[in-house]
Every structure is written in structure tokens, then in C-alpha cells.
Design a protein around this ligand. Sequence first.
Ligand code: AMP
Ligand code: GLY
Length: 422
Amino acid sequence: MNILVLGGGGREHALAWAIKQNPKCDRLVVAPGNAGIPDIGETAAFDICDPAAVTAFAAEEAIDFVVVGPEAPLVAGVGDALAEAGILVFGPSAAAARLEASKAFTKEVCDAAGVPTAAWARFDNAADARSHIADIGLPLVIKADGLAAGKGVIIPETLDIALDTAKGMFGGDFGAAGSTVVIEEFMPGEEASFFVLCDGETALPLGTAQDHKRAYDEDRGPNTGGMGAFSPSPLMTPALEAQVMAEIVRPTLAEMARRGTPYRGLLYAGLMIHEGRARLVEYNVRFGDPEAQVLMMRLGGQVLDLLLACAEGRLSEMSVHWAGDHALTVVMAARGYPGGHARGEPIRGLDRLPDDSWNMVFHAGTRMADGQLVSAGGRVLNVTARGGTLAEARARAYAMVDAIDWPGGFCRRDIGGRALTG
Ligand code: AMP
Ligand code: GLY
């Protein structure tokens, strides 16, 4: 098969790396890709958020299957356009991708389906939002309704910050994403990520992970796209997984089908776990980044069979084969991330590292300049390892981090730490 993966981050490198291990994959193209892709496939450059451009490329290149990595092309209707053109695609329709594109939409679906989640209210002007904040007081969570690259969620530490945040969101701090604002109850607890494949009929749990969203050790510093992850999550016991499927995932899928917009693709449920029960924080309509890196490391080549079965509506025939293993990834980011940072800095030492099914450096923001690997983004490398235990995976990943020569990079040193020390 000829397979096209859309996206250019570590998630897409990991997806492509796992897909390539499956003998069904003949030709692999990643658009736009990054400097890690040429080791496993081709790269191509076109606007991946333009449904016509994606469909034209897929038709010209005789692509059999398109795997969409990030949310933006899905929200832009790339999945719909490919389906209309008769090209098999993994990823939901734009209507179903609203589960990520609008927080208020997700909350409405949750209410209609009886899904446990934080109490909420939606606002379309600053005055009403500010008077609601003054009424309910802290703690609370303020969210820009639309896509804001993971930055549109504020947990204010004082009432003044809360009131200013609401004003700023309506003042355009998050662009159009903030023209509607959702204010939520603050949920205490610990977070885990739960991944489910859905083909419109069958829902197949794919695995669990935990992300580290803050920039610095001990969960300090600004929120980021994710500084590291590990899988499985020790929080997700079989009993909790059963509760999440019964109370959160299946009712949501039923409600989406009832609305005439069945969900097909990967549903990422962000969960808050407290006193042995999970509530939904949010949905994403794609794999997490960097959670995909640890899932792909553990799943390997079977991923292609699972994604194909999902796209073809054959999930009821499938099961996921897990080894009793663990994987952990450390994100190396450019100093300054998630704020301003340098680009174009040389990165050395990767050629000395192992590159196999136990140790893999996935590229995120990288490119080649005059034969030298250089940084080209905020999150740059995802240093990923597998082991029989979490401790083993972690030791392997940090040993690789220490062998990478990039003075302008930084990483957290405590990925997986809390899961190990309890
Ligand atoms: P989101 O973009 O919705 O995942 O939110 C980003 C982060 O904010 C989540 O991963 C949580 O850590 C936190 N968060 C969001 N909503 C809530 C809530 N209602 N209660 C507590 N924490 C939350
Ligand atoms: N790592 C969080 C996300 O992909 O949304």
C-alpha cells in the first residue's frame, strides 16, 4: 500500500515509524515531515490544511490510505474531502472533529449524554463572564472555546487574574478562539490520557498514557504541548477503564451517532481521576503528542492493521496485542520554549545512538541545513525508550538524552518520576 501521513511533529514521525514496520506498507510519504523522515520514507510539501491540495496529492501519487496526525486538517475538512474522493482516511469528519474544535460543543454533548465532567457555563461577552466569576469565586477554570494550540486554558490563582483573563479573552488574547468562553468548575485529581479507536460502531480501547504539560521539573513553569509521556498509566486500572468506557466514551459515541455525525478515528479522552473515579477534562480528535510516541513504541507494526480496520469499519474483528512493557519519552525543547526561542542550532550525537524497537529518537522540530541536523521548532526531539519496567524505560531514555549534544536544548529530568515514587 501507498500511505500518506499528514503532519510534521514527533507524533507523525512515531506513527510513520510504526506503520513502516508493517509489511503492508510499500511506499510511505509524510507531509510536511521533518529531518527524521528520510530514514523511513519520503517527505512532501503542500498545504496539509487545504482539503483540495491533500486530495489532489493523494490522487496523483496513487495513495491508498491517509493517516491524519494533527487536528487542524481534520477541523478544516480534510477527512471529508478524502472520503468524498474515495480515498481511505484515518481521522474524523469536520463535524465530528468539533469534539476538539469547540469546548462548548463538547460540554453540550457531555450534558446530553450524561457524561461526568466539570460543571460549566458558556459566555459570549466579558460582562456576563466577569459577573459569573465574581458569583462562583475560585477555584475555577477559564477556557477559550476554540483551538488555541493548548494555550487557551487558564487556572487563575486570584480573582483579579480571573477577571482580567476573561476580559483579555474577549479582547482577542486568543484570537477568534476566545470569542466564546467556557468557565468550568475546577476538578481536583490526577490526569491520565485514554485512547480509543472508533469506527462509528465499535469502540476499541487502544491504550493509556500520562503527559507532563508544564515546562519545568516538579510541574513548574508555563503549560506546553507536553514535555514527556509514559505508557501505560498506572492510574488506569481495569475497573477504571471499564467505568470510562461505560460512562464517558460509549455515551459520547452514541450521542455523536444520534446527531448524525458518528465519530470515526482516534478519540483521546483527557481524564481527571479522583477517589477512584474518572471525569472527562476534554476530548482530542487525534493522537496526543508526545503520547503517540510511547504508544507507537509499544504497539509497533500492528498499528497499521488497527488504523486500517478503523477506517474500513472492521474494528469488531480486531484486538490489540500488548506486551507487558513500558515506554517513556523525554521531549528535548529549545531553551525558551514555550516562549521565544532560537532556531537553526546544530544538534550532534544522534548517529551514536541505538535506533531499534527499544530505543528511538523521534524528530519533531528538526531540519537539515548544509548536511547538518539543526533545530527548527520549540519541541525538537522526542527521546523514547521501551523497557520491561517503567524504571528501565526511563533509564534508557535519559541515557540517550545525555548522549545528545545540543547546548541550546533543555528537557525535564523528572518524566515518569511520580509514577515511580508514588
Ligand atoms: P485542556 O486543554 O482542556 O486539556 O486543558 C489543559 C489542562 O488544564 C488540562 O490538562 C488540565 O490539567 C487543566 N484543566 C482543564 N480543565 C480543568 C478542570 N475543569 N479542572 C481542573 N483542571 C483542568
Ligand atoms: N500532549 C497533549 C496533546 O497532544 O494534546
